[in-house]
Ligand binder design. Structure first.
Ligand SMILES: *Cc1c(COP(=O)(O)O)cnc(C)c1O
Length: 482
């Protein structure tokens, strides 16, 4: 594809503005004046429209194609939530409106959304309270670990490490480390389970918390979770639930009932708000009763007369985690989604997410190695190690799927599976779509034996083929030069 600079033709103009009637300023200091040409492309308006329309068609999204990217929950985001987020009363108030009007008179509707959403998420997860501030899942993790740290400090207890299984999401150890803790990793045993013996050895009165991604990145839910929580509490450690993918368990079990003290959710995964390209997201954090006093300020509270206000009185608060109230529009969209689905709808969403993943698992199990052969939750993890015997890597299969119109599954993650391919179909896909994807995967597996060259040369349908991804990240060359 040509760059817009390459479409430039000297003297061609794209604008049609009237002559400016603003007098030219001549007081601008010389050092601020341009001395070289800006070298902007000289193109017509139609050139620009066609150029960007062509680029837009190259975009890949859930709205255009199937996107089974494991751990990312790329489900369809219903459009009515966009309409609600765009409502004048929600989209136009300035975030300082509540303070200016002495108690939030002009923002009662927005405050009510935040207040009610906190109640809904508490009910769904079995936690006592939530903060809506964190702007992403990893940001929620950092907030959660900071809450844990503040809790231990206020009890005069000095704790040094956080226990994390190697099947956790990569952000878990990163968040624990950024919050100042050492990370003690518990390996997954041969059956795909958390090694209880090593866990018991690692656990002691220096353990600040045990941080579990549930289900883990193998798509498996730990059956010993209650025992793990009880052991942790016995030594005074807290339990952290990474609930980014709560879509696996909605209405089935609640982290709070199992004994978790902190949970973060990814509204931009589980509760169907758009994500990708770095956000925006929302990673609300729920806590058990003993951590409420440490939650970030401000908190939305309700007066006896039924009106809402911002409460800054949380004495032991860890402070602000994000400006104002988090990504309000994202929270609002997720709120609308929860209300639209209701209790039954959320349960059905989880059931279908798990059903779809198990359908993929059972139809592909004869073609790809299954490192841990168990019923999965919302995603399943295969390995391309069988295909590797013919020189075909997970990467080759991923590139081939692009030619077939599918986003590849997550590959090479989790790290504990060689040639990993992590498929998360989500509940919003039809059986026909899953069947088409499965057929493409089966074709890839057959080609790996019959004609691996086709897989090695994929993708053939894209404007660029295989990039040197390391160089692209290390030496980004994003600037056009004449
Ligand atoms: C996506 C994800 C995260 C991180 O969420 P971000 O919003 O990308 O920061 C953390 N844990 C799990 C299990 C995830 O799937």
């Amino acid at each position: 594809m040509q760059l817009i600079f390459e479409k430039s033709s000297s003297g061609r103009q794209g604008y049609s503005l009237p002559k400016s009637d603003v007098p030219k300023a001549d007081s601008l200091p010389g050092k601020y004046c341009r001395v070289t040409q800006a070298n902007l492309p000289e193109v017509s308006e139609l050139d620009v429209v066609r150029h960007f329309s062509a680029l837009a068609r190259l975009n890949f999204s859930v709205d255009t194609n199937f996107y089974p990217l494991g751990s990312c929950t790329m489900k369809y985001n219903p459009k009515f939530t966009e309409k609600i987020a765009a409502l004048e009363g929600f989209s136009s108030p300035h975030p300082l409106v509540p303070q200016l009007s002495g108690g939030g008179i002009l923002a009662q509707g927005s405050l009510e959304v935040l207040y009610h959403m906190e109640r809904l998420l508490s009910e769904i997860t079995g936690m006592a309270a939530f903060t809506m501030q964190p702007l992403a899942g990893a940001h929620g993790e950092l907030t959660g670990v900071m809450l844990i740290s503040a809790y231990h400090k206020s009890n005069g207890s000095r704790r040094k490490h956080i226990i994390i299984p190697d099947s956790s999401h990569g952000t878990n150890p990163a968040s624990a480390a950024i919050a100042g803790y050492d990370v003690v990793v518990i390996p997954t045993d041969k059956s795909g389970s958390f090694d209880m013996e090593l866990y018991k050895k690692a656990l002691n009165n220096e353990t600040a918390a045990v941080m579990l991604t549930c289900p883990d990145t193998l798509g498996l839910f730990n059956p010993k979770i209650k025992e793990i929580a009880d052991l942790a509490h016995r030594v005074g450690a807290l339990m952290y639930y990474d609930g980014a993918n709560l879509n696996a368990i909605l209405g089935k079990c609640r982290p709070g009932d199992i004994g978790f003290d902190v949970v973060h959710l990814n509204l931009h995964k589980t509760f169907a708000t758009p994500h990708g390209g770095g956000g925006p997201g929302a990673g609300p954090v729920g806590v058990s009763g003993k951590l409420i006093d440490f939650l970030p300020i401000s908190r939305v509270a309700k007066k006896d007369d039924g009106t809402y206000f911002l409460d800054y009185q949380n004495r032991k608060t860890i402070g602000y985690i994000a400006p104002f109230y988090g990504n309000f529009a994202v929270i609002l969209k997720a709120y609308a989604y929860i209300l639209a689905l209701g209790r039954e709808g959320l349960i059905e969403a989880s059931e279908n997410a798990v059903l779809n993943a198990n359908y993929c698992l059972s139809r592909l199990r004869d073609y790809f190695d299954l490192p841990f052969d168990k019923i999965c939750m919302h995603e399943c993890v295969f390995s391309a190690s069988r295909q590797l015997q013919n020189g075909v890597h997970a990467l080759d299969i991923a590139k081939y799927l692009i030619d077939k119109g599918f986003h590849p599954p997550t590959i090479y993650f989790p790290l504990i599976v060689k040639e990993a391919m992590m498929i998360e179909p989500t509940e919003t896909e039809s059986k026909e779509t899953l069947d088409n994807f499965i057929e493409a995967m089966i074709e890839a597996s057959k080609l790996s034996e019959e004609n691996p060259q086709i897989l090695h040369s994929a993708p053939l349908t894209m404007p660029v083929k295989r990039l040197d991804e390391t160089r692209a990240a290390r030496e980004p060359n994003l600037r056009w030069k004449p």
